[in-house]
Design a protein around this ligand. Structure first.
Ligand code: B4P
Length: 192
């Protein structure tokens, strides 16, 4: 099994690069953002709870997201590996993920962190907001709140994995293909 975390601030290209990485390396894509949006679309109680946080640019509570990931892992016993996109976003989520993977006798092999400047992030997300219908992408104040939340609660997650020497930083600005090539280089080195 090969388990990868794609990490970075909102709008850094995690969703975009994940699509390409799962196709190349035959990994199962687990995006907590996508899972939460599907719960919202289906108007489940979990979705209704999550929406109130997402619309304000805040993180959804850990227990909600961890429960969702745990079911998703159990739902794919056939997977050759997982690509975690947008998860873990707090240290508590990282610790929970380590425990869940340990129960399955596996672990995280690599975290790839996309580095992008704040102005570029805001530009991309406002651009996506014009076409995506995502309510958290249309308001600049909400976008900035998501970036603040990222610095406060999510960026320490990279320090957590760095302690185990599992983090590689990649420049997340440039063309989508240039960034993809840089990510693949790191995956290929790790898989050797
Ligand atoms: P997510 O769905 O994870 O989304 P994201 O961080 O906003 O975007 P991503 O980085 O995937 O950007 P993308 O590739 O699409 O989170 C949404 C919300 O869900 C969070 O704010 C939070 O409330 C909640 N949530 C999710 N997971 C959670 C968790 N674990 N715990 C608690 N809460 C959680 O790219 C963005 C745009 O840039 C696109 O328009 C794309 O086309 C463009 N782009 C991509 N690469 C580019 C490039 N190289 N150059 C130019 N543009 C590029």
């Amino acid at each position: 099994m090969f388990n990868l975390i794609l990490f970075g601030p909102p709008g850094s290209g995690k969703g975009t690069q994940s699509e390409k990485l799962i196709a190349k390396y035959e990994l199962k894509h687990l995006s907590t953002g996508d899972l939460l949006r599907s719960e919202i679309a289906n108007q489940t109680p979990l979705g209704l709870e999550a929406k109130s946080f997402m619309d304000k640019g805040q993180l959804v509570p850990d227990e909600v997201v961890i429960g969702m990931i745990s079911s998703a892992l159990d739902g794919h016993p056939e997977a050759k590996g997982f690509l975690f996109d947008g998860f873990p976003r707090t240290e508590a989520q990282a610790e929970a993920l380590d425990k869940l993977l340990k129960l399955k006798k596996t672990a995280i092999h690599l975290m790839l962190a996309l580095d992008v400047s704040e102005e570029e992030l805001v530009k991309r997300l406002l651009g996506r907001g014009k076409t995506s219908g995502r309510s958290d992408d249309t308001n600049e104040e909400v976008i900035r709140a998501r970036i603040v939340e990222y610095h406060k609660k999510t960026s320490p997650v990279a320090d957590y994995y760095a302690k185990f020497d599992k983090v590689k930083h990649i420049k997340g600005e440039g063309t989508i293909d240039e960034i993809f090539d840089a990510l693949c280089e790191q995956v290929d080195m790790k898989k050797k």
